[in-house]
Ligand binder design. Sequence first.
Ligand code: HEM
Length: 214
Amino acid sequence: MSTNNNSLQVSNNALEFWLRRLHSLTGLIPLSLFVVFHLTANNSAIKGPEAFNAVVNILRSLPYLEIVEISILGIPILFHGLYGLIITPQFARSNLGAYSKVHNWTYYLQRITGIIIFIFIAVHIWQFRFNEDLDFEAVAIPLRQPAWAIAYFIGITATVYHFANGLWNFFISWGFTIGKNAQTVSGYICALIGLIVLTIGYSALWAFYSSLPN
Ligand code: HEM
């Protein structure tokens, strides 16, 4: 009986190990890559409506778009998001005391931003993805309203924090940054990448918020 229980425990641990690896990997590929690409594409709005509309037309005319979206984005985001929500309540790390105060905060914020992103992505897809005639004006109409602009400001900030801190965690999880020095250097690099991506996201949002109606 106890041998059975032990082997069940071993297979549960193995399953959790692989789920965690997959969760970590999907956070980077494809989700982080997509977030950077998506914000950069939307940043074309700073050059004006024509530039933004041209980018939307190119993206929407890509072959097999729906299949690519569902397989490369939909399934990974559902897995990463739902598994992320499942592990979010496991707040108490067994060795919480071993980490510095800053690391404990960044750990909590990773989970809090995950919840915010989950809601934000659902609203964002509902708002824009199913609009067959999407163009600059269709995005600008809600984003000129302060309430929506604030919601997007929070959504972008949470997403980029989760991305930059996630990147830092990823390098640790996969054994790329082992020593304290390596983690400090990687912390600065991830923070810098985060600030650059944040600037790209904020300036895209500002382009819509400050635009004049047609
Ligand atoms: C859809 C809502 C999301 C939820 C609920 C969520 C949840 C989580 C949670 C709880 C963790 C921490 C895992 C741990 O400490 O073991 C995490 C890690 C991570 N997430 Fe997300 N996430 C979401 C979306 C995203 C998005 C859109 C991206 C892309 C920017 C992303 C990128 C990452 C990365 C890179 C990590 C670090 C992986 C690692 O520790 O090795 N996540 N996520």
